[in-house]
Design a protein around this ligand. Structure first.
Ligand code: 3HC
Ligand code: NAI
Length: 699
């Protein structure tokens, strides 16, 4: 018996249990343990059937991702699965929790599968830049049919037990994994059910053979969702082999593709993103025993753009919300937008037809801040003005129950100042969501000077409950994401003065993989907001001001840095803007020059990295990976580039520091000078990742 796989015999049934916390990943030890146990039970004359199950919170959640990139150890997963599939006795996978990736591939090698009702089954390899590498692309479509098969492999999204049952992925829904698996095994023996090897079962494939469009459609849909990724296309192609490539040959090709992708840059970056996301949820300096406070009821202040989206995120997770506004009119408008938003999603098939009514029923719109009294968590999303925020927090202090967590969704304002207006600064922190808040996954959790550890833990846990990705940050202007964005925006604006056009800058940024360039983003957000704030602060930005003076506020006026025709959101380059830029430069006596795309890319991305280095040195973010997570989930940084700090390490910090120094000199912009941390690491030939590792070891 191995340390991570144990075998018990219940008369003629061998129960093989994997016990390798936290998620029973298929490490070399687990693979070896299953292989030996199945072979031994297969050869044991006392055993008539084998149940493969797991201890702990889940069935096997996949290959051990930490082993990728290291020399492979035997037995390989394919050998383990072949041993199961070729076992002369029925092998039953009894699944609970998640059967993912290699975990589902192991289950597909078994002759029968049963699962508990909350189990989820899927092949998420594509999300790590991979294709399934141990038969998943060939066995899953044989189990569920090619159409669902290709969809699951290409999107990586799992299905629940009910759907798995409907499509023949499992035979039965069971109560408990071990007991249910054993009961099912007895049934198999009693009924003398023949073992079913998926590799030999082409029954579901034959019917679909004529229609190849399912593969091209699946690939096209994936491509639309995730431009620039290699893995979805490779997944679609691999599944298409079910039709005309012999099973063993298809497995060989699948393995070769897996090995090619696992060694590639995209998968490496995506694996970095996977672990960075998990690290980011860990809070530095919080005592072991800090436990989240209970959050059963939430109040959200403000039913505007953000408050509405945040309320929807809670309702989506089944958590009741009190949504508070200043008047009936504002409330009606906010609730109306949410209702419409839900209905549009339902019409697209994104949520069930009855979901809009169910979710809206969880949102109770009211007028008056006194209604926060029952809330365990209050999230303020009113106008971005310190005076108003302080007024609101003074009232929250008065009405909220003791122990309620008080969060602000402010984009830039100082949370310490907001906390100081209350008599309970320990309960105050920032929960900074991103627009559209019901869609974007990031939540920056802003830790103020006096925020209590259990309040931080509560915010992180709550963000996860509503399917957001939390990243803890410190207090500074714009926190992490918007502070780095500001460094980029500054350069974008300067580039217009120096000789670039909005469409040239945006094209470079989107080609790099971000969903939008800075100017299209400005048009979407509305140029008048920045204009008004500049006027208040007595600041000028000649080109942006001139656009606003001409009534060009962005998409809302169908004209901004671009023009928008026929109600479309597609930005069209506008010769009028080109003229306006040239005239403004001429008026200011600025000589414009031709600017290369390479320079644009460097000046869009490297200043962000530079700001990231300052953020790390100031400990506003605990790890470079946290910054990556913020950009991946808050701004759509392309996952195959891993995040700005990971990207910096790949490009090389020495090169980045040199180029920043060059641009600083060329443009006379001192903010482009390499930050001290960047300079230091560049000189030592180090990386941000190496620096963070050394810091963690030293702590
Ligand atoms: N390998 C190694 N470590 C893993 C892992 C894996 N496959 N899956 C999870 N972990 C680790 C996490 O890093 C985390 O470690 P930490 O506590 O030190 O930070 C710990 O397990 C718990 O993970 P989560 O915090 O994510 O726990 P949740 O309960 O929220 O989620 C889960 C559990 C749904 C299983 C989620 O971890 C997950 O989606 N895991 C990845 C699944 C996956 O992608 N599998 C496919 C792998 S590739 C493959 O199988 C190739 C094959 O085809 C050959
Ligand atoms: P918004 O103008 O769309 O909504 C603000 C809402 O708050 C309005 O409906 C207003 O009636 C209401 N309100 C004002 N005072 C109130 C009070 N005393 N009590 C109850 N309701 C009150 O503003 P938006 O865009 O939703 O921004 C809200 C906050 O979120 C701001 O702090 C902003 O900086 C922040 N934020 C905005 C993002 C965006 O992209 N719009 C992104 C992330 C954060």
């Amino acid at each position: 018996m191995s340390e991570v796989v144990r075998v018990e015999r219940h008369d003629v049934i061998a129960i093989v249990t994997v016990d390798s916390p936290p998620v029973n990943a298929l490490s070399a030890a687990v693979r070896g343990g299953i292989y030996d146990a199945v072979r031994a039970a297969g050869a044991d004359p006392q055993v008539q059937a084998i149940v493969l199950t797991c201890a702990g919170r889940t069935f096997i959640a996949g290959a051990d991702i930490t082993e990728f990139g290291k020399p492979p150890k035997q037995p390989f997963l394919g050998e383990v699965i072949a041993a199961i599939e070729n076992c002369p006795k029925p092998v039953i996978a009894a699944i609970h929790g998640t059967a993912l990736g290699g975990g589902l591939e192991v289950a597909l090698g078994c002759h029968f599968r049963v699962a508990t009702k909350d189990a989820r089954l899927g092949l998420p390899e594509v999300k790590l830049g991979l294709i399934p590498g141990a038969g998943g692309t060939q066995r899953l479509p044989r189990a569920v049919g090619p159409e669902l098969g290709v969809k699951m492999v290409v999107t990586g999204d799992p299905i629940g037990a009910a759907e798995a049952l409907k499509h023949g992925l499992i035979e039965e829904v069971i109560e408990g994994p071990a007991s249910g698996g054993e009961a099912f095994a007895r049934k198999v023996l009693a009924e003398k059910r023949p073992v079913r090897r998926l590799r030999d079962d082409d029954s579901k494939i034959a019917a679909a053979r004529a229609d190849r469009s399912i593969f091209t459609n699946a690939a096209a849909a994936a491509n639309k969702r995730n431009r620039g990724l290699e893995a979805p296309l490779a997944c679609a192609e691999a599944v298409s082999w079910i039709f005309d490539v012999p099973f063993d040959e298809a497995l060989k090709r699948e393995r070769e593709t897996f090995l090619r992708l696992v060694a590639g840059d995209q998968s490496r970056a995506q694996r970095h993103a996977f672990f960075a996301e998990r690290e980011a949820a860990k809070i530095d300096g919080v005592p072991e025993g800090a436990r989240p406070r209970k959050v059963e009821r939430v109040a959200i202040i403000g039913a505007g753009t953000m408050g509405g989206g945040i309320a929807m995120s809670f309702a989506n997770a089944g958590i009741p919300v009190t949504l508070i506004e200043t008047g009936e009119e504002q409330l009606k408008r906010g609730l109306g937008i949410m209702q419409k938003n839900y209905e549009a999603t339902a019409a697209r098939g994104g949520i069930p037809a009855d979901a809009p009514a169910k979710r809206m029923a969880l949102i109770n719109g009211v007028v008056g801040l006194e209604h926060v009294k029952d809330a365990d968590l209050v999230i303020e999303a009113v106008f971005e003005t310190m005076e108003i925020k302080k007024e609101v927090f003074t009232k929250l202090d008065q009405y909220a129950k003791p122990g309620a967590v008080l969060a602000s969704n402010t984009s830039y304002l100082n949370i310490n100042d907001i906390a100081a207006i209350t008599r309970r600064p320990q309960d105050v922190l920032g929960m900074h969501f991103f627009s559209p808040a019901n869609v974007m996954k990031l939540c920056e959790i802003v830790r103020a000077a006096k925020t209590a550890p259990d309040v931080l833990v509560t915010a992180v846990a709550t963000a996860k409950r509503i399917a957001k990705v939390p990243a803890v940050v410190g207090v500074c202007d714009g926190f992490v994401g918007n502070r780095m964005l500001a460094a980029r925006s500054k350069q974008a604006e300067k580039l217009l003065f120096e000789g670039a056009l909005p469409q040239q800058v945006d094209a470079v940024v989107t080609k790099f993989g971000l969903p939008m360039g800075p100017f299209a983003m400005g048009d979407l957000a509305g140029l008048d907001i920045g204009w008004r704030s500049r006027k208040d602060r007595g600041i000028k930005s000649e080109i942006a001001d001139a656009l606003c003076e001409a009534g060009r506020f962005g998409q809302k006026t169908a004209k901004g840095y671009y023009k928008y025709e026929g109600g479309s959101r597609a930005p069209l380059p506008d010769p009028e803007v080109e003229k306006l830029i040239e005239e403004t430069c001429a008026r200011l006596g600025i000589q414009r020059r031709a600017i290369s795309d390479d320079e644009i890319l460097e000046r869009m991305v490297y200043p962000m990295i530079n700001e990231g280095a300052r953020i790390l040195a100031e400990k506003i973010a605990a790890r470079p990976g946290d910054i990556d997570v913020i950009w991946l989930y808050g701004y759509g940084w392309p996952v195959y580039r891993g995040g700005p700090m990971y990207y910096a390490d790949q490009v090389g910090l020495k090169h980045i520091a040199e180029r920043l120094a060059f641009h600083a000199k060329q443009t006379g912009d001192a903010s482009l000078e390499p930050a001290p941390l960047l300079k230091e690491l560049a000189e030592k030939g180090e990386t941000f990742a190496g620096w963070a590792k050394a810091a963690a070891q030293a702590a």
